[in-house]
Design a protein around this ligand. Structure first.
Ligand code: ATP
Ligand code: AMP
Ligand code: MG
Length: 203
């Protein structure tokens, strides 16, 4: 059985990571891959819900940093275990981690992919999903299913986009992963998904 392909997918809230990944999953399945997308925030939320600490994913980044750090470490371990179990069922397997290179917390910009997370996940690549700052803010405002007001400012988003790049490169260097930058243009999520698919096939 070949080694599973693992990709960590990052980008600012509302840029379209989850949307693009669900399309890329269909594309890769059509090419014969078993594909699992695990949302890092969902795993953190499960961990924190069990302890009765929070109820919704957009509350997590406002918790005390030590609590977030503990949930982050727990989520990385669970994701690695889930991928290992799933990979055994498929001839070709791709594991996507839908997550963040940076999290804007009240105590400062915090890395989503520090050394212990990267060594646990062992990704081949980090895929950075990007879009124009005004497009990202428009998507955030349109999507009423989520609370992203703490990111919804064009100047802030512009600044954070450069931090996402810098933190992604720093995280990739920790474990020798590659980095890919993919633009998710308005109305063109399929194109971004095709670019993600191509990255995976080239691993
Ligand atoms: P978060 O990090 O907060 O989970 P996300 O990066 O996963 O955010 P999505 O939830 O996938 O973002 O997308 C945010 C919104 O933008 C959704 O309403 C989605 O339908 C829309 N969207 C995503 N990609 C595109 C696109 N290419 N064109 C138009 N709308 C898009
Ligand atoms: P998301 O649904 O991708 O926006 O994730 C929800 C929340 O989970 C984020 O706002 C963060 O608080 C948390 N989260 C997601 N990925 C990470 C990560 N790698 N490290 C720390 N927190 C994360
Ligand atoms: Mg998402």
């Amino acid at each position: 059985m070949p080694e599973p392909k693992i990709a960590v997918v990052v980008g600012l809230p509302g840029v379209g990571k989850s949307t693009v990944l669900s399309i890329a999953k269909d594309m890769l399945e059509a090419k014969g891959y078993g594909v699992e997308i695990l949302n890092f925030g969902t795993e953190m939320l499960e961990y924190l819900k069990k302890k009765g600490i929070v109820q919704s994913r957009d509350e997590i980044r406002r918790l005390p940093l030590r609590v977030q750090q503990e949930a982050q470490a727990g989520a990385a371990t669970v994701i690695r275990e889930k991928f290992e179990a799933l990979a055994e069922k498929y001839e070709k397997f791709v594991g996507f981690v839908d997550t963040h290179a940076i999290i804007k917390t009240p105590s400062g910009i915090w890395p989503g992919l520090p050394l212990h997370v990267m060594t646990n996940l062992r990704p081949h690549t980090i895929i950075v999903v990007e879009a124009d700052p005004d497009v990202i803010v428009a998507r955030q405002l349109r999507d009423k299913t989520r609370y992203r007001a703490d990111y919804a400012d064009v100047r802030l988003v512009k600044e954070l986009l450069s931090y996402v790049r810098q933190f992604s490169i720093a995280s990739a260097v920790l474990v020798g992963a590659s980095v890919n930058f993919i633009i998710n243009e308005e109305g063109k999520a399929e194109e971004a998904a095709a670019a993600v698919t191509s990255v995976i096939e080239n691993i």
